[in-house]
Design a binder for this molecule. Sequence first.
Ligand SMILES: Cc1cc2nc3c(=O)[nH]c(=O)nc-3n(C[C@H](O)[C@H](O)[C@H](O)COP(=O)(O)OP(=O)(O)OC[C@H]3O[C@@H](n4cnc5c(N)ncnc54)[C@H](O)[C@@H]3O)c2cc1C
Length: 422
Amino acid sequence: MNVDALIIGGGLCGITTAHRLAKRGCSVVLVEASEDIGTGANYANGAMLVPSQTAPWNSPGILATLLRSLVTQNPTVRIKPKAIPTLLKWGLYFLKNSKPHLHELHRRQLLELALFSMDVFEDYYKGYADQFDAKKCGTIKIYRDQSSLEAQIRSNRHLSEVGLDWEVLTPDQTVEAEPHLQALAPQLAGGIRFSADVVADSRKFCQLLRDDLVASGQKIHVNCQANELLMSGDRVIGARTTIGDIRAKNTILALGANTRKLAPKDARSILMRPVKGYSVTYDTTGVNDLPSYPIIDEGMHVGIVPINGKLRAVGIAEFAGHDDTLSPKITRQLDRLTKSVYPNLAQTIDCCKREPWTGFRPMSADGLPYIGATSSKGLWVNTGHGHLGWTLATGSAELLADLILDKPTALDASTYAVTRSH
Ligand SMILES: Cc1cc2nc3c(=O)[nH]c(=O)nc-3n(C[C@H](O)[C@H](O)[C@H](O)COP(=O)(O)OP(=O)(O)OC[C@H]3O[C@@H](n4cnc5c(N)ncnc54)[C@H](O)[C@@H]3O)c2cc1C
């Protein structure tokens, strides 16, 4: 078989790439190591598409935050000592890119990609919103101190410049918008509502695209791991997988946090590390009065999102290498954070079935994803979307499809090139 494209990895980046290529008439094969599509970093993620939140995590005060986390009890940023040696080179570039002008530049570049993604996403929203619980409800960010609220207001200027709506809310208006925050009102400095943000179930979205691809005759192999790339001279011509060799004109690496493991030497310039995150989904079936807005508590670094008739708390950044152990201590920390935002819902939540989960954000050192060609002919990547993979998935896939098909791109693709300097 010699198909147009072999996509390795069936997370958000892989399945959207396959779908955008198939829509253009390409034949695609996608291989996924686990038992289904969409079981990686997106499985129980924050479910928010947030063009309003495109700041890379290495903001100008990041070093102080990291140092503080070493001495704080129950920090939301954690570093496992055994992971430190793997972080040295990446960490230097991560800190270098926290300089204010670089951080601002990357935030704007991510916003550009997020806006493009929201355009591409609109097609899916129009056709299938109810099949993946998508809602254009916006998000509300809450602030417990005046100075952080004011800092956010100052930094929202770039959103206004591109026409994204945001609105400052007094504590009373915040509670009026989301009455479940009533008990928190005395502690609130205020909130900001970002009306362009969307909530949607990324796992169901992956499954929707999977079914559409299969229905149109494309091939998806689950429980199929790619173990090495097949070369012909300096050209990548497919991959050796657990079900045999698959040959393709183009091979796309979309293995999330594992991408570097399969990349040939030249593509290892990809500076990316896994940053482990956690969520706890409370099965609130039968509770008829749930919050209607996703709430992001800036100071506590937690998001609490109503999704699918359930409530999901999401947060924590842990540098633990590829160790995917689900720490009960950390999931209990998320329970406490949920209670600190919704003290009145706490009793209901206490009685709910809860599903804890952990996943790896594939985090680049400069905060930008890697989308495009590698220096091996026929080999492409779509990875490194960190905490914004759902927000950026559809636009990244469209951009890569344009590059592969040698079409003009809607954005300057060199920004996200594998070969960019960090
Ligand atoms: C806790 C948490 C909350 C988040 N919340 C949000 C949010 O609210 N909004 C947002 O925009 N983003 C969010 N994200 C980020 C987003 O979920 C990720 O950026 C995105 O899912 C990454 O997708 P991916 O396809 O690159 O990686 P993955 O989803 O990890 O996909 C990679 C796939 O490759 C497969 N694979 C690996 N090795 C092989 C191999 N050798 N052969 C075959 N297959 C292989 C894996 O099994 C996996 O399925 C969150 C992430 C986390 C962890």
